[in-house]
Design a binder for this molecule. Structure first.
Ligand code: PRP
Length: 174
């Protein structure tokens, strides 16, 4: 059995996403943006964020696995699903549920830059800095900075379970 304690309830999450969206709306100042959600965990955050953007938005998704090489930002990124859209000349905003080691976001950013994106920024709901391996991993928009505990819900899973919880909770194995 697992016990889950609430870290951020639904109201708190949505309030913070609204603030993030306001900041993004200000920064992009009416420019079109291609929002790329990272499956599967990032799907709830991506949808709740784009609903609050007042910019011309196109949505796309990727599904990736990242393989590390220690603390270096070089590594291997395997696309299980690539973007459908052409990123060249576009403002790309990557939307993720969580940054841990920083590998996924750093490599995704690099790929989109190499494919000629006009700009690449990242928005993450949760940042777990204690787990960072890529020290210079950049995130432009952060929802919450969290401690080094195992979090589930709102897209985040434990063994593919709990993604559907409407809140973010800390899971403790009993
Ligand atoms: C999680 C999360 C990020 C990545 C972050 O995905 O959704 O994509 O790990 O970790 P990193 O900063 O160490 O690269 P996961 O591979 O668990 O897949 P999922 O989203 O399908 O659960």
């Amino acid at each position: 059995m697992s016990r889950i304690t609430v870290l951020y309830d639904e109201e708190t999450i949505v309030k913070r996403i609204r603030e993030m969206a306001e900041e993004i709306n200000r920064d992009y100042n009416g420019e079109p943006v291609l929002v790329v959600g990272v499956l599967k965990g990032g799907v709830f955050f991506t949808c709740d964020l784009v609903k609050r953007l007042t910019l011309p938005v196109t949505m796309d998704f990727v599904s990736v696995s990242s393989y590390g090489s220690g603390t270096k930002s070089t590594g291997f990124l395997k696309f299980k699903k690539d973007v459908d859209e052409d990123v060249s000349g576009r403002h790309v905003l990557i939307a993720e549920d969580i940054i841990d080691s920083g590998r996924t976001l750093t490599m995704l950013r690099k790929v989109f830059e190499e494919h000629g994106a006009k700009s690449v920024k990242t928005a993450v709901l949760l940042d777990k800095p204690a787990r960072r391996e890529i020290k210079d991993a950049r995130v432009e928009y952060t929802g919450f900075v969290i401690p080094d505990s195992f979090v589930v819900g709102y897209g985040l899973d434990f063994d593919q379970k709990y993604r559907n919880l409407p809140y973010i909770g800390v899971i403790e194995e009993e």
